[in-house]
Design a protein around this ligand. Sequence first.
Ligand code: PRP
Length: 172
Amino acid sequence: MLFDAAEIARRVDALAGEIARDIRGDLLAVVILKGSFVFAADLIRALERAGLSPQVDFITLASYGAGSESAGRVSLVRDLSEDVRGRTVLIVDDIVDTGRTLKFAREELLGRGAAAVRTCLLLDKRAKRNVAIEPDYVGFAIEDRFVVGYGLDLAHRYRGLPYIGVVVPTTP
Ligand code: PRP
């Protein structure tokens, strides 16, 4: 266990407070699926408690590669339904690793005419970054370890764990 449910809940509330202090008025939260659906559900409700009521839309991006390593190619699997032109957008994702997904999403939204794009990441695995991008809001900075739970998967499973855990390899 890296972060338990209570620790995550406290941090998500604090993040929502920071965001609500910085951003006023119209906001479109763009949730990057699949991994961030659990974080986003909690963050959106925390934002509401903090006095900010964003619209919400979803985009599915995937970075393809073998096993736990992302290979460097980001593809758009399912698009937004909203027009982002002129909007202030908050990208919500579970983890930034190499940074490619976040960079792709940010450039895509700016390219479509978003007025401003802010980024909120629950986890930041800084050691793995290989493109220049820094998220605006970060829940927890973590070491280079493979994490699961609270939306994050291992081979498409364990997304429903209420905590974030580190995968420990077992010997056969
Ligand atoms: C994960 C995660 C981020 C991305 C981060 O998504 O949800 O979107 O990788 O990695 P990067 O910084 O190296 O681009 P993944 O492609 O595994 O898909 P999923 O969210 O559907 O599990």
